[in-house]
Ligand binder design. Structure first.
Ligand SMILES: [Zn+2]
Length: 230
């Protein structure tokens, strides 16, 4: 191969190497931790936090109602005992008891709502568990093919790196040095229909003649890239 062709091949191998390394990194990360599963785990944790709050509210409401019920019963008992003779006092206590009963009924409605909230929170946790189990199953089902792909890419990467080095060794040292100093990307561009494919500018006829011989490195007069014939 001529120097420009070697550089073009080297560039192709370096590009392939980069893609392979990215693919390997992405799939390795995915095999370590599936972002979809992590998201479902987070959803479950959130559902459980809501469930705990709802259950705590319900427990608290139960305690309060129990205390109010006990007080109401003792007041009713006192009222029925006949110990209170004073009509004003009797009236007051009777009023107090009917207030307590009304409030008790309100609390019952509130508790019904808390129970509904707690039920909905329980259901949300069950749903989140089912979703997570589905997600974990899906993720596990994908693993064999991902591992297979990973093995293929890893093997190819080894070959690509070896070939890249062997191609580079065949490039004359002066050309290696000049190429290494170039900063554009890509550094080598094919010429198709007498045009540099990187910048679309037509290559001069003397440039085309040099390219045909291929012994010297020809740069695009416009973009400065190393040119190679297709
Ligand atoms: Zn160009």
């Amino acid at each position: 191969m001529k120097p420009a062709q070697l550089l073009f091949e080297h560039q192709r191998l370096v590009d392939r190497e980069r893609i392979l390394r990215e693919d390997i990194e992405r799939v390795t990360a995915r095999l370590q931790s599936d972002p979809e599963v992590v998201e479902l785990e987070t959803s479950l944790a959130e559902a459980r936090a809501i469930q705990e709050v709802a259950a705590a509210r319900l427990r608290e409401s139960d305690h309060e109602r129990e205390a109010h019920r006990t007080r109401l019963r003792s007041r009713e008992k006192e009222l029925m005992s006949g110990r209170i003779r004073n009509p004003t006092e009797l009236m007051q206590m009777s009023e107090e008891v009917s207030h307590m009963k009304a409030r008790f009924a309100e609390e019952e409605d509130a508790e019904m709502r808390l129970m509904e909230d707690a039920d909905a929170a329980d259901q949300a946790v069950r749903d989140a568990i089912a979703n997570l189990e589905d997600g974990r199953r899906r993720s596990a089902a994908d693993e064999p093919s991902l591992r297979h792909e990973l093995a293929g890419w890893t093997a190819e990467l080894g070959e690509v790196v070896a070939e890249r080095d062997s191609v580079w060794e065949q490039v004359p040292p002066a050309v290696q040095a000049a190429y290494s100093r170039m900063r554009m990307n890509p550094r080598v561009a094919q010429v198709v229909n007498n045009q540099c494919t990187a910048c679309r500018v037509t290559v001069t006829s003397s440039g085309m003649q040099m390219l045909r011989k291929g012994d010297e490195i020809v740069h695009c007069e416009h973009c400065g890239r190393i040119l190679v014939r297709d």
